[in-house]
Design a protein around this ligand. Structure first.
Ligand SMILES: [Fe+2]
Ligand SMILES: [Fe+2]
Length: 185
């Protein structure tokens, strides 16, 4: 598959995940209490899929190839995208740290959970929008067929390493999270 299409499809699943997190935040604001298992699954998805699977391919394959081709011209843009990945990692740690206190219904920790989650959702929605509408189209214009082929091969190696069913497994995690939060009473 076209590697940019692969990344865009992954964005689709990450967006779905962000929608589920937003819904959970609304439920908490309405006085409901999604289980801590819901947020533990969320942290697992953010690390396994968004970061180790998707962001890894961008940072270690696509960005590297583009930086070489553009010879310094887009370094600032790549640095900004990398910084946002890093910021996302810190926010996920912030969510994780707040879970035990949230489970005990500590209002301060619940606030921290909501704050980190809102920042994560907003950061990644913006990040994905920029990649889909600015960065990926620029990539398509910049790289030639052989370079895309090299990226596709590197992506295949990553898919092999993580397991070819990673997307399906992670999709199921998001569906399960969605059903936990939708069926709260
Ligand atoms: Fe990214
Ligand atoms: Fe991305």
């Amino acid at each position: 598959m076209d590697p940019i299409e692969t990344l865009s499809n992954e964005h689709g699943l990450i967006r779905q995940f962000l929608d589920v997190l937003s819904l959970a935040a609304e439920k908490i604001e309405d006085g409901q209490h999604p289980s801590e298992a819901f947020f533990e699954k969320g942290v697992e998805f953010a690390r396994t899929f968004a970061d180790h699977y998707h962001h890894f391919k961008e940072e270690h394959v696509l960005f590297v190839q583009l930086a070489q081709k553009k010879q310094g011209e887009i370094d600032a843009q790549l640095e900004a995208l990398r910084y946002e990945h890093e910021r996302g990692r810190s926010l996920v740690t912030g969510i994780e740290t707040a879970i035990p206190g949230y489970a005990e219904r500590d209002p301060i920790k619940t606030g921290e959970l909501l704050e980190n989650m809102a920042a994560y959702v907003s950061l990644l929605r913006h990040h994905i929008h920029v990649e889909d509408h600015v960065f990926y189209p620029m990539t398509k214009k910049t790289l030639n067929e052989q370079e895309f082929e090299a990226i596709a091969q590197e992506f295949d190696k990553q898919h092999e390493k993580h397991g070819h069913d990673t997307f399906e497994k992670c999709h199921k995690m998001v569906v399960d999270m969605g059903s936990i939060v939708t069926h709260l009473t």
